[in-house]
Design a protein around this ligand. Structure first.
Ligand code: AMP
Length: 284
């Protein structure tokens, strides 16, 4: 496995690969890697000649400095895991490498309301930071395919819009959420959960699954379904921030009068001091 810290060295390696006609798949991460991340690596390996994973805890997407400070950093274990999964290249840049003092400008994107709701509403500035770092990483790596998880559905949708606006020839692949056996979506943050609250955390997946079942049965009382789910989550000892049934493309709250080709049900909740998100979607 090739390991790069500096853009200049990565560039040399990738331009050689490109001149040999090899295709490049890219999975950007913030480290503290788990089986969910490995699923991105797995899919990329199936579809590309070279798979590159970046590990970079991006300071600009944290609206809460305490969250940034507590974000788990486990680079040595991450490298072992990537090696075990035969990842070809790992890129672990410093903050200065990504954000040099002389500045790197990124375009003003128009996300047309995608960033105003859910995560965007509860974490002001978060998606501006995500767009900034993904734009920078894409300029560095210039992959053929970009792999991102369904777990961050809103993020995926926003990056999809960004690629459309930039008219970049990059395929964005959505990788299905990998879950623990009890349904909890795998997340780097799970390792910070207290054992008691960890036991209760699968309530998020249960609440989402119940809503999905109701939607499949034709229930269109969206706001009542959201409220019931919030109560269920509260009763389990977690604190919901939002449960939202939204249009899967515009991410605006779904309305029975406005049929959607895809409905997505998103949740964010505090499990003790750890904020968790999850979602399920239904194509109809
Ligand atoms: P993160 O390191 O949390 O920024 O995540 C890096 C990438 O891995 C993002 O595209 C996430 O959506 C994806 N990811 C995180 N958790 C999972 C999971 N449980 N299943 C699939 N993909 C995931």
């Amino acid at each position: 496995m090739q390991y790069f810290k500096r853009i200049v060295d990565l560039h040399k390696y990738l331009s050689q690969a490109r001149s040999n006609g090899l295709t490049i798949g890219f999975a950007p991460t913030m480290g503290a890697l788990h089986a969910g991340h490995m699923s991105l690596i797995h899919d990329s390996k199936l579809e590309n000649d070279i798979t590159i994973c970046s590990i970079f805890v991006n300071p600009t997407q944290f609206n809460d400095p305490a969250d940034l400070e507590k974000y788990p950093r486990t680079v040595a274990e991450d490298l072992d895991l990537l090696y075990d999964h035969a990842c070809d290249v790992v890129f672990v840049p410093t903050v200065l490498e990504i954000y040099p003092p002389d500045g790197i400008s990124s375009p003003d994107f128009d996300f047309e309301g995608l960033t105003d709701v859910m995560e965007g509403a509860f974490r002001p500035g978060h998606f501006a930071g995500v767009a900034q770092v993904v734009y920078r990483l894409l300029n560095i790596v210039r992959p053929d395919r970009l792999y991102m998880g369904q777990k961050d559905y809103q993020q995926w949708t926003i990056i999809h819009r960004m690629l459309e606006q930039l008219q970049l020839p990059i395929d964005l692949v959505m990788v299905t959420t990998v879950r623990e056996p009890d349904g909890l979506a795998m997340s780097s943050r799970n390792r910070r959960l207290d054992p008691d609250i960890r036991m209760q955390a699968p309530v998020l997946y249960q609440a989402l699954s119940e809503i999905l079942e109701a939607l499949m049965e034709g229930n269109k009382d969206y706001r009542a379904l959201e409220n019931n789910a919030k109560e269920k989550i509260l009763a389990a000892g977690l604190e919901p921030e939002y449960v939202q049934i939204a249009d899967g493309y515009t991410l605006q709250p779904a309305h029975p009068a406005k049929p959607s080709k895809r409905l997505v049900v998103c949740v964010a909740a505090w499990a003790g001091e750890v904020r968790l998100i999850d979602n399920l979607f239904l194509d109809q």
